[in-house]
Design a protein. Structure first.
Length: 410
């Protein structure tokens, strides 16, 4: 009789054991692709975060196979974290700017009105994150800088491809600029801000509004480890940090492709550089080139990369990479010259480090004032971990505080 109970128990045990060992095997292989440099801030904590990310992506894949939800939906859910309660000292309110959803964070403290405003475009590779995921950062900036923070809930890829996200951010910004009085905001102190893909959107919106006389001029842009180009995935920082979390080199190209075409066919070609015609590559060399990266950023290792043979059919599908609204590093000097004062944060252990360094150079070469802050022990995403489930890094908070100090200095 006992046999009838035993058999299902044994089968269940085998099932659970193989499930767990499959997860462990996946974690081991993924760990093998990942490198945590010794100089990085708090490597133990970073390793823990990587394990959580790997488990998340493994579970996501399992759920997708079981047809419970797509792995992307699962990832989005996890990355949003839990929504924090209202911070003391900040009033939070959902709103719409034109047709775009937004969330406003108003400091309660009786500061002199009108106050500055920060329009914040969240990061997440154009495919993840949300108003919820960036709540803590928004609350912190509002409270510490005494500004109205406006977080913009733009549409995500791959469901909504380029230029959806850019257009939403632009539309929201324009709508806001037309109604400053309603928000009690100082028209001379409106700032755009974004991290990662959000930094890309902030840079693109700044460029579009530069020199427009029909809107109040932006006072500043804050770009936190922004992604600003998709021409060259072999710049020194991409080589040095190819396997450093939280953004692998391949993942950077993956996100750019999701944004531009809604899928990741051509990933290999884009990584190798066969997606850009030689004449265009030559044309943009003055702006996107390892030659413009200071030598001290090459000492950790850099091998000049010869792009593989050009593939016209790939270029045909990704040629919008040459639009500055997608790759702000490619804007003409006449636009760059009119950009507002800028704050750029870069991290040493980040594939996007050189995007930030190249943009800094372009701004400075064109007479735009730049406040640059480089986190020597920082990695991509470090600022976003601020107060996230106890996973903060002091270095990330320092970066955030520098951005706040910049806002207060305006
Ligand atoms: C925003 O988009 C909506 C719908 O496309 C449009 O009607 C509106 O004029 C836009 N607002 C601004 C400020 O561009
Ligand atoms: C990927 O997207 C491009 C452009 O949207 C499309 O032409 C191509 O067929 C898609 N490829 C796959 C495998 O879905």
């Amino acid at each position: 009789m006992a046999f009838f109970y035993l058999l299902p128990m044994i089968l269940l045990a085998i099932f659970v054991a193989s499930f767990i060992s499959a997860i462990i095997r996946t974690i081991q292989t993924e760990y093998a692709n990942c490198s945590i440099p010794p100089g990085v801030s708090n490597p133990g904590k970073l390793r823990l975060i990587v394990a959580v990310l790997i488990v998340t992506s493994t579970l996501g894949r399992i759920f997708e196979k079981m047809e419970l939800c797509s792995s992307l939906a699962f990832k989005r859910r996890v990355f949003s974290g839990w929504r924090p309660g209202p911070a003391r000292g900040v009033r939070r309110e959902d709103a719409r700017l034109g047709r775009v959803p937004a969330r406003l964070y108003r400091p309660r403290a009786a500061v002199r009105a009108p106050r500055p405003a920060v329009l914040l475009f969240h990061g997440g590779g154009w495919i993840c994150c949300s108003l919820d995921s960036h709540e803590r950062i928004c609350q912190y900036i509002a409270k510490e800088s005494g500004s109205l923070v406006v977080s913009v809930g733009y549409r995500l890829a791959p469901e909504h491809k380029y230029p959806a996200a850019y257009e939403d951010c632009l539309n929201a910004t324009q709508h806001f600029l037309q109604h400053l009085e309603h928000y009690g905001v100082d028209p001379a102190r409106v700032i755009v801000c974004g991290d990662s893909a959000g930094g890309n959107l902030a840079a693109a919106v700044s460029q579009t509004l530069a020199g427009r006389s029909d809107f109040p001029k932006l006072r500043a842009q804050i770009l936190i480890y922004p992604g600003l180009q998709a021409l060259d995935f072999n710049l020194p920082s991409y080589q040095q940090n190819r396997g450093v979390p939280l953004l692998f080199r391949e993942r950077a190209a993956f996100c750019a492709l999701q944004y531009i075409q809604g899928n990741t066919s051509n990933l290999e070609e884009v990584l190798e550089g066969s997606h850009i015609p030689p004449d265009l590559r030559l044309k943009y060399r003055k702006w996107v080139s390892p030659d413009n990266i200071p030598e001290k950023f090459k000492v950790r290792g850099y091998k000049p990369h010869k792009p593989c043979e050009f593939k016209p059919e790939v270029y045909e599908t990704v040629k919008r990479f040459c639009e500055p609204n997608l790759c702000p590093l490619l804007a003409e000097d006449t636009i760059i010259q009119q950009l507002p004062e800028s704050f750029i944060l870069t991290c040493e252990y980040d594939v996007l480090r050189d995007d930030g360094l190249l943009y800094k150079k372009r701004l400075e070469d064109n007479g735009v004032r730049v406040t640059w802050y480089h986190l020597e022990d920082g990695f991509h995403g470090i600022v976003n971990l601020f107060e996230y489930c106890g996973l903060s890094f002091p270095s990330g908070k320092r970066g955030l505080d520098k951005a706040v100090a910049f806002i207060k200095s305006l």
